[in-house]
Design a protein around this ligand. Structure first.
Ligand code: NAP
Length: 281
């Protein structure tokens, strides 16, 4: 009977939060009681986005950091959003800025992301940050893939020389994930909706990252015996992008849904806000 390792993101996130509490206290002592502040912008009333922003604000509270929520209406324009971002860039109290994705269709999301000052881009969404990360320079990584890397490292999953397949090429997940794995010397293939013969490509992977946005899309029988399975998806019914029921008997390690990638995303955002505050001195 296969007994794969559970890559427990919920437990690791809790551990990291404990160390963050101490870092916040040290920061507070050094800065006359001031604590790092994360500003989160929510455009429109999409309930899932509102929930994510709330969860991120609660995580700030748990470690002793401040959070500020900026709400713009569903009808907001790109210009209005850019001006809200500029105000946060110029606000010395704000250490990190999060623009909750997705924004309403009429807004140029790319322009808005790129308006975030690099030193406050703690969610890793700017082109500049992405380029720097891809070139191996300092930048805050996109929170979900950066959280996945922390989880893989914590469980000492070997990456160098391994075949990694990332299914999905979105700017916030698939693309940065692939570069992070490449920077760590994995041999990386990126798949997407026009990839031919996905099952056979996945079948060659030592590490599979599911970032497709379709429930249980990646079938267990596609996965090579002993592969490491990272499931970034989260859908109603508490299922991810991988059909974990059929994948678990074949893999050597996997991220559970829930309790795998999700908590790591949030704690990475908070850690990167902490780092941004510390770097500012
Ligand atoms: P996305 O922007 O919708 O991107 C989905 C990607 O999957 C696209 O690149 C798309 O290819 C590819 N794809 C779609 N159908 C495919 C198919 N039949 N075969 C192969 N590839 C296919 O989604 P995302 O924002 O990256 O999110 C992906 C998943 O991660 C979602 O389940 C989301 O809920 C989850 N997520 C979780 C967290 C977290 O904190 N846990 C954070 C972000 C996202 P094309 O580029 O060709 O269209």
């Amino acid at each position: 009977m296969n007994n794969p390792l559970i890559l427990d993101g919920a437990a690791l996130a809790k551990k990291i939060e404990t160390t963050l509490q101490l870092r916040v206290l040290a920061f507070q002592n050094k800065h006359n009681g001031k604590v790092p502040l994360l500003a989160a912008i929510l455009v429109g009333g999409e309930p899932a986005s509102a929930t994510y922003v709330k969860m991120k604000g609660s995580a700030c509270g748990r470690v002793g950091m401040d959070s500020r929520r900026i709400e713009l209406p569903e009808t907001a324009t790109t210009a209005e959003l850019l001006s809200a971002i500029k105000a946060l860039n110029d606000d010395d109290d704000v250490c990190g800025i999060l623009l909750q994705h997705p924004v309403p269709k009429q807004i140029d999301e790319r322009a808005a992301f790129d308006a975030i000052a690099l030193e406050k881009d703690v969610d890793g969404v700017t082109c500049l940050g992405f380029g720097r990360m891809a070139m191996g320079e300092h930048a805050y990584g996109s929170a979900t893939p950066a959280g996945i890397m922390t989880l893989l490292d914590y469980y000492r999953i070997d990456l160098a020389g391994k075949r990694a397949v990332v299914v999905g090429r979105s700017p916030i997940l698939g693309k940065p994930m692939a570069h992070m794995l490449l920077n760590r010397h994995a041999t990386v293939t990126i798949c997407h909706s026009r990839t031919n013969d996905l099952p056979s490509i996945i079948g060659e992977a030592d590490i599979v990252v599911g970032a497709v946005g379709k429930p249980k899309f990646i079938r267990g029988e596609w996965i090579k015996e002993g592969a490491v399975v990272v499931d970034a998806g989260y859908h109603s019914g508490k299922v991810g992008d991988v059909d974990l029921e059929t994948a678990i008997p074949r893999c050597s390690a996997y991220t559970p849904v829930p309790g795998g990638v999700g908590p790591m995303t949030i704690v990475t955002l908070i850690s990167q806000t902490m780092e941004a505050a510390e770097r500012r001195g």
